[in-house]
Design a protein around this ligand. Sequence first.
Ligand SMILES: *Cc1c(COP(=O)(O)O)cnc(C)c1O
Length: 424
Amino acid sequence: MSEKKFPLNKNELEALAQQYPTPFYLYDEQGIRENVRAIKKAFAVFPGFTEHFAVKALPNPVVLKILAAEGLGADCSSLPELLLADMAGIKGEDIMFTSNETPAREYLKARELGAIINLDDISHIEFLERTAGLPDLISCRYNPGPLKEGNTIIGNPEEAKYGFTREQIIEGYKILKQKGVKRFGLHTMVASNELNLDYHLETGRLLFELAVEIKDKTGVALEFVNLGGGLGIPYRPEQEAVAWDALAGGLKKLHSEILKKAGLEELAIHTEYGRPITGPYGWLVARAIHKKEIYRNYIGLDACMADLMRPALYSAYHHITVPGKDGAPLTETYDVVGSLCENNDKFAVQRRLPKIDVGDKGDFVIIHDAGAHGRAMGFNYNGKLRCGELLLRPNGSVIQIRRPETIEDYFATLENVKLEEKGA
Ligand SMILES: *Cc1c(COP(=O)(O)O)cnc(C)c1O
């Protein structure tokens, strides 16, 4: 079981909404900090452990600064993400650049920042050498193909566009070594939102065994393996989080068993977790403004899938609660929907909920576990403006860390073009 809490009561929320009208995201700084401390404590069994927070999960520099202050690095995959990491004071090898189909200018920026470049393909060795030059330290992304099962979000590794095959990765390290690269890492990411502990331990085993094979076949002693992201969170109350201690402890056991005899006991562990770092500590806060009773009963929110796309994109479950009605009986069955002209704009489908009041002063509706891949995935389709982001500080105050988009923002990229008059 995972408890679905929200840090403010209804009165506090009403006061906050006076200053910052709904919808908005709210993040809990204290929750994030305590979570990161627990991760770092569990993984302290590995000297040199680095968690590079996946910036795409929550690309706000204030949050990145908080994570950096707790000792995390960043995982970036685009030029703006590299700039965000830099803005947050995350420097050099604390930045992992795990990109694919990478343009030359992004490799140049990654080189300039001294980030660890993680190559997605064997052909990128030559591309990187020609465009930005080869750094001393290079990592390669491995795609185990049929050797590993994937899951619904990321798909089967065999069908996934990422990484080198097994033959290519051996060949890749040989080429890199011959070209004078001195330090090496290995990376994989084979699943997304996976809650099964054994699955992640097996990924560790796969990489450790590959590290041994790479040493045997190429003489390259890897400096680190990066287990990628993909660790799930319990979106449903009946699900259970993966325990950090069990994960780090299980990996440690495999690490000792497999790597000691190969003389690779120094191999460091890196991760690129996004979702489990901030996901449970962010909420999308909306208000119920309309109720509609046709073939089904609908609650219409002032937020829509432009603010949070996961339910529409993956049919993902996000828990919903109604402040002030926590203990109330779940007497109603609603589809909780947004205003986009797309019928999959539904935060919940046929969900049992307490009776919800609607209108200007209608009930708040809290959409849980929205702290990763939430606001970040937002878009402007249908002329929707993305909402802002608030941060609940450890002292109980709330600050705005991103304002809501305005109509001016929406029009900002248009050119002021004058078309010639008819007949001119
Ligand atoms: C998305 C992504 C991550 C983060 O995944 P989470 O599920 O948020 O932990 C890490 N690494 C890479 C390469 C990714 O694409």
